[in-house]
Design a protein around this ligand. Sequence first.
Ligand SMILES: *Cc1c(COP(=O)(O)O)cnc(C)c1O
Length: 392
Amino acid sequence: MNRIRYFDHAATTMVREEVLKEMIPYFAIEYGNPSSIYSIGRKNKKAIEEARDKVAKAIGAEAKEIYFTSCGSESDNLAIKGVAYANRLKGNHIITTKIEHPAVINTCKTLEKDGFEVTYLQVDKEGRINIEELKSAIKKTTILISIIFANNEIGTIQPIEEIGKIAKQYGIYFHTDSVQAIGNVKIDVKAMNIDLLSLSAHKFYGPKGIGALYVRKDVNFNKIQDGGHQEKNKRAGTENVPGIVGLGKAITLANEELEANNKHLQELRDYYISQIEEKIPYVKLNGDRKNRLPGNANISFRFIEGEALLMNLDLKGICASSGSACTSGSLEPSHVLMAIGLSQEMAQSSLRITFGRNNNKEDVNYLIESLVEIVQNLRNMSPEYKDFIIKS
Ligand SMILES: *Cc1c(COP(=O)(O)O)cnc(C)c1O
């Protein structure tokens, strides 16, 4: 069996040892309910508030503006539904994009069934929205703009500061799904005029099943889940204390190491892209060449099914993704790749490689060599490829 080489950090990451170490006591030693008044309860309450401070500090927010949730998806739901239902009397119009994560797109689809109107902005072939288009989509009834900070499939980073300025100017709330951006892009919610921001620990070497939502202090939003009074009445349910502690540690490390980590990831990414473009013909880089997440390389390999590529890579111990992990398993081509204008065929031939802190150049060389071999083998079996070669 081959050693596992993991290139799917946009799907999830391994928990860092430093993070795990801080979490462990909160499973079986410090197990009290944070709402209880005895000491092991109060200790947990304190641990939660320390983590809240860390999350706030990492994004330039105040601690009271941070709400812990169970994941990035829940944060997106709470942000969008929470603002929509609280501001319904002001208006029913929401602006988002065609390249959001399903947690945002499907939340908007649900709201459409409940009388809300949603505009899904187009993106250009690099995956960026057009600021003029955003401005002209704004109506008197617009209550929320929700735009992904950095895309999970193609890595494209949006002009968040410009969007924030416009939202502020028109008095519309601005939410951004920044699940992929945390740890990769320096974020300051005040300077960027962000009103609500979603994040999830398992995308930056924290545990799964814990997320957070930042909500600027004077934003009017509703809870979406009924129960106890946790999280200032906005998110009922006994807190996931080990998860919250892990999130606090992971986001602190991610921020401290952001620049060094970016440099490392960019080097691997640029090396990978240039080697693939040099060694394999008929490939296309998807997304913006410069303005993208440091660890993301999404490439279409013409004449090849992404799924076949994944299965062959798996045999070599390589983990990667075709499109988004959330949509793999379905045969639909990725909505993101279709939105940037790829043909169905090119969308289905895409391979998303997302590098992480533990990858090194030797791993990347193994990946490149494996791809050169697999792509050639698969193309040799493809009737379309043979046809194409004969004709050209
Ligand atoms: C992973 C991801 C989510 C969902 O986060 P979970 O914690 O897995 O629910 C939402 N948005 C983006 C951009 C993501 O990459």
